[in-house]
Design a protein around this ligand. Structure first.
Ligand code: GLU
Length: 445
C-alpha cells in the first residue's frame, strides 16, 4: 500500500465507524481524502487543526417532521432535514431537494460537496444542503404549495440571509422556491434574501435558472481551450431532462455543438444530428407538466430502457443524479470515443466509474468545479438582495463566464501534473485550501 493509500485508509476507518451505512457520504469524503490528506499531513497548521476530520463532521443536522394535507383531505407525514455543514467562509449555502431517495446520508454527501464547490466559486459561501423524502410526482400544484409551506414552517426558524440561505435542487425549482420564500416571508415578517432562486419579480437574479447548465458549458469550453479545441461541432451526450440538463443542452446547441441525447429513468432521447432548440424546449415543457419524453417531435427517437453512454460522442455530461454512471457505463463511454466528461449533477459517477475514466485517460471534471455556476449566481443574488439592486441578464451572464473561467484556473493551478491536468485533484485541493485557511485562523472554534 502506498503512503497515501495508508493515510486514506486510517482516516476512513474512523469516518466509517462514525457514519455506518451512509454510503453516499462515505464515498464523497473518501474522494476528497484521497486528494487532500497528503497536503494536510505536510502542512503543520492544517495537520494540527485536523482540517479534514473537522470538515467531515457537519456543524449540525436539523431534522423535522413535515405534516401536510393532500387534495382529498388525507394527512401525510414526511421527514425534512437541513444539514448545516460548514460556515467557515460564509453563511451556510446550498439547495433543497425533494425526492423519495433523500435521507441523512444523501444530504450529508451533498452538504459536504457543497463546502468545496462554494469555496471554489471565490464567493463567501459556506456549505449546506436540505430536503425531504417527499415525492412530488403526480402531486397537484396546491399539494406542492401546502408541502412547501409546511416544510418552511419548520425550516424557517433556522435560516436567514447571514445565517443559512437555501435554494433549489432536484424537484425544487422556481415554483417551489416561490412557495417556500412566500412562507418564509410571512413567518419572519421581513423581506430579505434568505432564499435564492427566487422569481425575478421578488428579488430573484436574472439567469439563476440557466446558470448551472450554462456554467457547465462555459467550464467545458475552458477545458477544451486548454488543449486548443472548440465546442463547435462536438458531439455531446447528456443525461437527465431537468433544469441542468436542458440548459446545458440549450447553451451547447447555441454554440454549435451537436447534443445527441437527453434522458430520464425510462430511457434515452436520441438525435444523431443533434437536438434542435425547439426539441430541447419541448423536453423542458414536458418535464414542467409532469409528462414523459417518450414521443418526441420529428428527428429524434426515444430508446426505452437505455442509457446515453454507449452513443458515439466526444463529450459526456451526466446531469441527472448521484451514482447514475457505473463502471460499465464509464467503459462503454470510453469505447464510444468520449474524451471529456464534466459533471452537471452532484457525484453522478460511482467511485469505480471515476477510477475507470481517469485510468482511461479521459479528461474528467468533478461537479464541484463544473456545476458550480448555479450556486455562484445564487451568491450574486445574495449580493443583489443585500444592495437592493438588480443586474441585467447580460451582466449576470458575463459574470457567470468570468466565474467559471476563474474556477477553471484555480482548478488547473492545483491540478497540473506531469502529463496533463487532474481536474478532480485540482478542485478538491483548491476548495480545501480556502476553507482550511479559515479554520486555522479560527483556532478550535
Ligand atoms: N443545488 C445547487 C447545487 O447543487 C445550487 C445551490 C444554491 O444555489 O445554493 O449547487
Amino acid at each position: 500500500m502506498t503512503e497515501r493509500a495508508q493515510l486514506v485508509e486510517t482516516f476512513m476507518e474512523d469516518v466509517r465507524a462514525r457514519n455506518t451505512g451512509q454510503d453516499e457520504f462515505l464515498q464523497a469524503v473518501e474522494e476528497v481524502a484521497e486528494d487532500v490528506l497528503t497536503i494536510e499531513k505536510n502542512n503543520p497548521d492544517y495537520a494540527r487543526n485536523k482540517v479534514l476530520e473537522r470538515l467531515s463532521e457537519p456543524d449540525r443536522i436539523i431534522g423535522f417532521r413535515v405534516v401536510w394535507e393532500d387534495d382529498a383531505g388525507e394527512y401525510h407525514i414526511n421527514r425534512g432535514w437541513r444539514v448545516q455543514f460548514s460556515n467557515a467562509i460564509g453563511p451556510y449555502k446550498g439547495g433543497i431537494r425533494f425526492h423519495p431517495s433523500v435521507n441523512a446520508s444523501v444530504l450529508k454527501f451533498l452538504g459536504f460537496e457543497q463546502i468545496f464547490k462554494n469555496a471554489l466559486t471565490g464567493l463567501p459561501l459556506g456549505g449546506a444542503k436540505g430536503g425531504a423524502d417527499f415525492d412530488p410526482k403526480g402531486r397537484s400544484d396546491r399539494e406542492i404549495m401546502r408541502f412547501c409551506q409546511a416544510f418552511m414552517g419548520e425550516l424557517g426558524r433556522y435560516i436567514g440571509p447571514d445565517r443559512d440561505v437555501p435554494a433549489g435542487d432536484i424537484n425544487v425549482g422556481t415554483r417551489e422556491i416561490g412557495y417556500l420564500f412566500g412562507a418564509y416571508k410571512k413567518l419572519q415578517g421581513e423581506f430579505h434574501g434568505a432564499v435564492t432562486g427566487k422569481g425575478e419579480a421578488f428579488g430573484g437574479s436574472a439567469m439563476r435558472v440557466e446558470a448551472t447548465g450554462y456554467g457547465l458549458i462555459y467550464f467545458v469550453q475552458a477545458m477544451l481551450n486548454e488543449t486548443g479545441q472548440e465546442i463547435e461541432g462536438k458531439r455531446i451526450a447528456i443525461s437527465g431532462k431537468g433544469n441542468v440538463a436542458t440548459h446545458a443542452a440549450e447553451k451547447a446547441a447555441q454554440l454549435g455543438a451537436k447534443v445527441i441525447s437527453l434522458s430520464d429513468t425510462s430511457g434515452t432521447l436520441v438525435a444523431e444530428d443533434g437536438l434542435s432548440l425547439e426539441q430541447i424546449d419541448w423536453v423542458r415543457q414536458q418535464k414542467r407538466q409532469g409528462l414523459d419524453i417518450s414521443a418526441p417531435p420529428g428527428g429524434a427517437v426515444f430508446e426505452p430502457d437505455t442509457l446515453p453512454w454507449a452513443l458515439e460522442a466526444d463529450i459526456a455530461l451526466p446531469c441527472a443524479t448521484q451514482n447514475e454512471m457505473d463502471e460499465k457505463s464509464a467503459k462503454d463511454l470510453i469505447d464510444s470515443g468520449v474524451r471529456l466528461i464534466a459533471e452537471g449533477a452532484n457525484m453522478p459517477l460511482t467511485a469505480d466509474a471515476v477510477h475507470a475514466v481517469r485510468e482511461g485517460g479521459v479528461s474528467y471534471a468533478p461537479g464541484k468545479a463544473s456545476n458550480a455556476g448555479g450556486v455562484a449566481i445564487s451568491g450574486l443574488e445574495m449580493s443583489q438582495n443585500a444592495h437592493r439592486r438588480s443586474m441585467t441578464a447580460d451582466q449576470v451572464d458575463q459574470e457567470l463566464k468570468k466565474i467559471m473561467c476563474m474556477i477553471h484556473e484555480r482548478t488547473i493551478r492545483e491540478g497540473k501534473t506531469g502529463n496533463g491536468i487532474d481536474y478532480r485533484c485540482g478542485a478538491n485541493i483548491a476548495g480545501y485550501r480556502k476553507v482550511a485557511d479559515a479554520l486555522v485562523a479560527y483556532g478550535t472554534m
